[in-house]
Design a protein around this ligand. Sequence first.
Ligand code: AGP
Length: 594
Amino acid sequence: MCGIVGAIGNIAIAKYLLKGLQRLEYRGYDSAGIALMDKLGDIHVTKVAGKIANLIPLVDQSVEAVSGIGHTRWATHGPANTENAHPHLSASGRFAIVHNGVIDNYKELKERYLSDVEFLSDTDTEVVANLIDRFVSDNKEDELEGLRKALRLLEGSYALGIIDRKHPERLYAAKEKSPLLVGVADEGHIICSDAMAGISVTKAYLLIQDGDLAILTADDVRIENLSGEVVEREMQRFDEEDSDLDKGLYPYYMLKEIEEQPSVLRHITSLYQEGLEDLPQVLKELEKAETIYMVASGTSYHASCLAKRWFEQILNKRVEAHIASEFTYEMPVISQKPFFIFLSQSGETADSRHALVKVKAAGYPSLTITNVKGSTLAREASYSLPLLAGREVAVASTKAYIAQLAVMAYLVYALKGELPDLLKGLKQVEVAMERLLSQKEAIRDVVKENLLDTRNAFYIGRGLDYLTAMENALKLKEISYLQVESFAAGELKHGTIALIEDGTPVIAIVTQAHLAKQTRSNLEEVRARGGRSLTISSSDLALEGDTVVVDAVPMRLRPFLSVVVGQLIAYYTALEKGYNVDQPRNLAKSVTVE
Ligand code: AGP
């Protein structure tokens, strides 16, 4: 999952490319590069391993660019070095391209059509650049058909930005499964993987579709399918302000987004009460479904597991929660009258999107709940509902998770006819969360005393606390690089307790009254073996010596608070270790490859 940008026209090209890439760095930051086209048709490529900050000083700002493309990379083929960084030039130097996605058949294409070409990198992208060069150069009477022919041969996923020194007046963009938008501005046109990268230039975007080829000039945009027929695409406005995307006085986006969570809850409850386009029909679909299938990845999968429990406990509704990458290739037995829910912050996760393609092919109804309107999953499901969390930039998802819980709780309680109870409970959660956040430095002390001298740790819990333990473990491991496992507290003694050594931190979550005694007993078993026990508890269940105590809100809503403790534990552990909290190693915010 990389980020790509491009621009053509009377726009400050280099400035837009570099700022746009900084806005997209969350999508991958192994290497970065830009290619500038000047009016003579010369292409100036600058690229470097590492972050965009390494690239900026190397760019020749004196180039009077008429167009350009840029890329920030999350490595899929070949190591994160300068040779593999994008943009890639074709061997003749005629084309420069940037690519987000994976070309599954690049080796076959290389052998069949490009055996005479000397390659400089290990990437599938360089194969695409040379395939385009080959077919366009062989198709002199209709170069665009040559470009379409090359694209038709590609199998897999791509979002491409392409510049051609023989046509400096053009910028090409093509899309298949990977996200790409075409921005329309007065001064020219842009492309970007995410509107966040472009809203400093324009808020109006054409939602190009899979199989589209867009031909952009300074004054015009033409979109064709790969048969060469012109197609019309929907225009979408994104209303965020570029300034909203800054982290302000916060040291990291993650802390800003953790602290925004109470207001996210307020925003969701008020806008959902006002009513949303698909909401009434979604409630009807949920009502009549015999089984609800929730399909997601990572943090969104954890939110799905918790929502499943609420559906079961509050509505006695049968729900299954599935990991998207598993579901797609080994679909479970699907009941009569199924209904599918896809939770996804980005709306672009390839694993989830692939599952949705199969669900749609089977003719099943589906709902996407996502934080990015106009995203692929939002557009391709039968229905979509917004998370309303505001842009989430930190790779570790926090406010989107809270928003997923809030939206799912809203649906469940609305179906139960008990929305007033939920709204009252969420009001208590907001107040308790604000209080917890005001005491966040106490959690920093807990981290300093217990988590900086260890390579591993455990989260344990039962029931809803176990599901929160799953999310808290992911948060901690993905930004602090500790080996952290979540475990059903009662299951630990069936083998995994063998891993407990002197000082191994085990964090128990104790917020569910009917399970508190059992979880504490499991924690005793850990202590008896030298483990270092920490406890996150609700005040009505707290015992002397508990590590972090949160206010007692309605039992089923307590995960809203215990997960924030886990977010802060993760944040401070990474901070104290000196790691980049927002951009942890090996990760990216939107995983648009399988
Ligand atoms: C969350 O902290 C992780 N970065 C990751 O697990 C994420 O939740 C997962 O990739 C799913 O992303 P999505 O919600 O955008 O589909």
